[in-house]
Design a protein around this ligand. Sequence first.
Ligand code: B12
Ligand code: SF4
Length: 316
Amino acid sequence: MLRIALVNMPFADWNRPSFALGQLSTLVSREFDGRARARVCYLNQDMAEYFGTRLYESLSVSHDHVDTGIGDWLFRHLAFPDAPDTAAEYFQRYYRGARWEDFRDRILRARDGLRGFCAELIGRYRLDEAAIVGFSSMFAQHVPSMALTRMIKERNPRTLVVLGGANCEAPMGAVVAEHVPAVDFVFSGPALHTFGQFVQCVLDGEPARADTIPGIISSRNCRDPRFRTAIGAERDIDDYFLPDYAGFSDALDSHPELRRTGTSEPMLFFETSRGCWWGQRSHCTFCGLNGESMAFRAMAPELAVRQFEWLLDPAG
Ligand code: B12
Ligand code: SF4
């Protein structure tokens, strides 16, 4: 049985599941039943407890912090240990003055303990024993994912580490494949076809065969324009994937402190459309979606209703 760990890193909100990882987990059970098993691991909730719920909430959503890149900066020394420390320059540029003194102390203390805590989490979730570890990267999850990737590879170089999500869509994904050797494959754009194809390559003992699949980028194919600028083939939205939320509810159960001390309420997602109705006519200048994933696609209404029924009564 191929063991796959799908990881949601900080600074994803602690109170929401990763819809992407939930879908990919369902894909694995649907297409590889008995041959591969996926589990979604909410390390962001462990990290929320580590930082303290209120500080974590503010680091992940407040514009005081989202705009300073602090989520990525905090994990920089673990992802790129050979790079010189930038704490002095960073705090010269951001969080200057007496108003931020306590915050700076708290952040530096938290940063000092991150290596030990990440090592503990790798052990707790047995990430170095998985055949494949997949990270979903949106916004400030990028460097935290690379940090853990590096630490997993140090423990077990045979674990295949892959990265996908909004931060990996072409042309960003190719740059990661080129410059971050610890990441074996990067998934650009939709992955409901490509991830299954990749798992099949691994089951066949030929992971490098994935280099021939548009939407999957490695250090070998990243300079070839056919792969560098490609996104994965789209799966019909009416090919219905209920997300696997089991890992999310387990994580909430094992971190009651978050609900007790946080200001956010847990919530679940549903998907009834993809792309953007507005953007396909008039693309906003600050938008992170590219032209290829912009076309609006709506789910058949009866499937949307079935999804709501499932959300309201998952056992029914
Ligand atoms: C829903 C949504 C939200 C929700 C929920 C976010 C959440 N925590 O899950 C809310 C409203 C809370 C939100 C908030 C924010 N969001 Co938002 N959000 C979206 C939106 C509309 C959809 C994301 C989604 O779930 N799609 C459905 C899933 C299934 O698609 P997906 O994530 O792309 O996953 C597919 C592939 O990428 C791939 N994949 C993904 N992960 C992985 C992992 C592996 C291993 C593999 C193989 C493949 C893979 O496979 C999936 C299936 O095909 C996108 C825009 C968009 N249409 O994509 C913006 C978007 C992701 N958000 C964005 C931003 C910037 C933010 C904020 C930072 C805004 C802010 N300044 O506060 C916050 C961050 C909140 C936080 N800390 O978590 C940007 C991200 C840019 C970037 N490069 O990362 C996007 C792309 C919007 C944009 N126009 O630029 N967001
Ligand atoms: S930012 Fe992008 S996704 Fe949002 S409305 Fe504008 S075009 Fe659509």
